[in-house]
Design a protein around this ligand. Structure first.
Ligand code: HGY
Ligand code: MN
Ligand code: MN
Length: 393
């Protein structure tokens, strides 16, 4: 964990390895080396997903996966724990001399975060057949780079096709990234579902003008319109109440100067809810607000969907197995939905899938201060090992 955390290291002990950057390549190369050291059959597919298998390469494996790309203010555990936990599980099984009936495999999927190239879970979505490879390759990132070009540039435009072979089953170990387990003093989270996600990019066109000479009644202030939308989004979540959440994570104005009324604003809105109809209501209320702002301020607002996934419910057999296993190992458990998106929600389209959560200290994530105690990491990995062994037998 620490060795991988050193790649793309940032102030405060976290890491920044945005998908398909040189830092992501460094992380990929390190993990692929560890996979090769274990003697695994390593395969890279057309969107850079890496699947490393132990056992009969032609048999569908029990697949353990997650991601090693991070957000810009990433911690050391988000995604990394699930991939390195998978490596550790396979190494432990090899060392134990046990040969399960089914092969085991560990994967990291491309661009789970979606921060640089939307949508999030892009690699696992493509692996599961939810996005065509050509479409994925043509996605342009927030920095103007084309996904396919970046894959080639870092040497991860692999030969294996997508959709990938459906695994026999899929299990993902991940930090909770929220406050629930810690608040309840719970060791292991038994994840039942993932909430719905809706990402929208807004482009607001106003008119640049002089901050001093322009009467308020003559302004077409893109910055003000963006702020009005951001305030609306917060109010919307408060009015709808939990579990509705809403976030304006990116907000940029142009020309971004103290004495110029902003001619352009670009921003993102992230809406999430465990209930699909409530999420649709939130989207509709937001969309209905745009013409009001546009009319009042005399600006033009264009909306583009960056990501839209309905809530996903995991296979009850896998969920029950995670719960039963954690309890057998003496851990307290609780069932909960995932507030964050995960690769498991995409693999759930093609095989029985489930997730194991371990507590996040202070509920902090997407922040260098992200932390999970070693005892919790180990407990999660042990539950992962036993769950995988049962699925593979
Ligand atoms: O945005 C998410 O939920 C995840 O971190 N990709
Ligand atoms: Mn993650
Ligand atoms: Mn994340």
């Amino acid at each position: 964990m620490d060795a991988l955390g050193e790649l793309g290291a940032i102030e405060g002990g976290g890491c920044c390895r945005l998908a398909l950057t040189d830092d992501d390549r460094a992380g990929r190369d390190l993990v692929v080396t560890w996979m090769q050291d274990l003697g695994l059959d390593v395969r890279i597919d057309a969107v850079g997903n890496v699947v490393a298998q132990w056992g009969d390469p032609d048999e569908a494996p029990v697949l353990i996966g997650s991601h090693i790309d991070t957000v810009r203010t990433g911690g050391r555990y988000d995604g990394n724990l699930g991939v390195l936990g998978g490596l550790e599980v396979i190494e432990s099984v090899i060392e134990s001399g046990v040969t399960p009936a089914r092969p085991l495999a560990v994967a990291f999927f491309t661009d789970e975060e979606g921060s640089r190239f939307a949508p999030d879970m892009l690699g696992s979505l493509t692996y599961a057949g939810g996005l065509a490879v050509e479409e994925a390759h043509d996605i342009v990132g927030i920095d103007g780079a084309r996904l396919g070009d970046e894959l080639a540039r870092i040497g991860y435009l692999g030969p294996h096709p997508c959709p990938g072979r459906p695994p026999h089953a899929y299990v993902e170990l991940h930090i909770e990234q929220g406050p629930v387990l810690e608040a309840g003093g719970i060791d292991i989270g038994v994840v039942e579902s993932v909430q719905g996600i809706s990402w929208t990019e807004l482009t607001i066109e106003g008119q640049s003008n002089h901050a001093g000479t322009t009467p308020m009644s003559l302004r077409h202030d893109a910055g003000y319109a963006a702020a009005a939308i951001a305030t609306f989004v917060r109010r919307l979540a408060e009015e709808m109440g939990p579990p509705q959440v809403a976030t304006v994570g990116s907000l940029r104005v142009r020309p971004d100067l103290v004495n110029v009324i902003a001619s352009l604003a670009t921003m993102t809105v992230d809406l999430r809810n465990t209930d699909e109809s409530a999420l649709q209501e939130a989207e509709q209320r937001l969309a209905a607000f745009f013409p009001k702002v546009a009319e009042a301020e005399g600006v033009r607002i264009r909306a583009r969907s960056l990501s839209r996934f309905e809530p996903v419910v995991f296979d009850s057999g896998v969920v029950d197995l995670v719960e039963r296993t954690a309890r057998r190992l003496g851990h307290s458990t609780m069932r909960l939905p995932s507030g964050a998106g995960h690769d498991a929600q995409m693999l759930a389209r093609v095989c029985p899938a489930g997730m194991i959560f371990v507590p996040s200290v202070g509920g902090i994530s997407h922040n260098p201060a992200e932390y999970t105690a070693p005892g919790d990491l180990e407990a999660g990995a042990n539950v992962l090992l036993q769950v995988v062994l049962e699925l593979a037998t």
